[in-house]
Design a protein around this ligand. Structure first.
Ligand code: R5P
Length: 311
């Protein structure tokens, strides 16, 4: 079976870099748009192929999810032999439970829709929750960019550094960074008030005089990181703080919240397209080698072992 990369429009630079890592190019695909805004993707050259469709579902999330569904259907109808949806950032993963009666579980809905549109397997990078695997009807390969980011952090970490989880949900992630960097862990207790506003209540751990390295799976409005950085500095951490997150969405006021001199470096991956002219102190670590390695192994039916999240 021939390996083929299909690039959605959500991150074509990443799809091209992944294809280059596999000594190929994305096959020809176009996403036309009707005047009423309906999408109409067309894919060529996938008949009989082992297809890897690269499309992170970052903002505008609904557009990118819909395009992914249509591209999956296009690949299936064009005769692809096997279709893997490569969704480095999986949108809707934060909707993994009902916070109140009547609320939808968006993650489940999207997972079902991908399988029903033709995805036979899903590849994601550091999803918000590993519960994604349990709700998906098809196999999910959960890759991790933590070793890549930790490698870049190692160049910045001082001997007195401490890894900080900005909320309870990030503790396991912080422990993975801490193990790779041989550093201790602290935790911020966060309460989310609304989608854009959070309060960092209490710090668990001793950060006085230490360099704080705050880690999270994603940065959206920047509220979580801003609140954690404020609390850390109030509680005596040595400024400036270093921040690392796999997925940089940077929506709404994120640039304003995370600008200034309190954050020395903001490390994110290229799972989503990043603005090279951003005023933020961004350092982008590429996930292309990780994704290319995973795809090469899947194509050869080899285990992914060290590329996966081990919880
Ligand atoms: C939430 O639990 C996530 O891990 C992130 O902490 C959160 O989604 C980041 O969102 P924001 O940047 O809007 O605070």
């Amino acid at each position: 079976m021939t390996l083929r990369i299909v690039a959605g429009t959500a991150n074509q630079a990443l799809a091209r870099a992944v294809a280059a890592g596999l000594y190929t190019e994305p096959v020809s695909s176009v996403v036309e748009r009707f005047p009423d805004s309906e999408l109409r993707p067309v894919v060529d050259g996938v008949r009989g192929a082992d297809v890897y469709l690269v499309q992170p579902t970052g903002p505008p999330v609904n557009e990118h999810v819909m395009e992914l569904l249509l591209l999956l259907d296009g690949c299936r109808r064009a005769g692809a032999a096997r279709i893997t949806a490569v969704v480095p950032y999986f949108g809707y993963a934060r909707q993994d439970r009902r916070g109140r009666a009547g609320e939808a579980i968006g993650m489940r809905v999207v997972a079902d829709a991908l399988a029903s549109a033709g995805a036979q397997r899903l590849v994601v990078v550091d999803p918000h929750t590993v519960a994604l695997e349990a709700v998906c009807a098809v196999p999910v390969e959960m890759l991790t960019a933590v070793p890549v980011l930790a490698g870049a952090l190692a160049e910045r970490a001082r001997g007195d550094a401490i890894v900080v989880a900005p909320d309870l949900g990030a503790v396991k992630l912080a422990e993975r960074y801490a193990a790779l960097l041989s550093l201790p862990v602290a935790l911020v207790r966060k309460t989310r008030l609304t989608g854009t506003s959070v309060v960092a209540g209490k710090l668990v751990g001793d950060v006085v005089g230490r360099q704080a390295i705050v880690v999270d799976d994603m940065i959206s409005t920047g509220g979580t990181i801003e609140a954690a950085v404020e609390l850390l500095l109030e509680d005596g951490a040595a400024p400036p703080v270093v921040v690392a997150a796999t997925h940089g969405l940077f929506v709404e006021a994120a640039a304003k919240r995370l600008g200034g001199s309190r954050i020395q470096s903001l490390l994110v991956t290229d799972s989503l397209p990043q603005d090279a002219s951003s005023a933020l102190p961004l350092q982008i670590c590429s996930t292309a080698p990780l994704l290319a390695d995973a795809i090469a192994r899947l194509h050869r039916d080899e285990p992914l072992g060290d590329l996966l999240i081990h919880t």
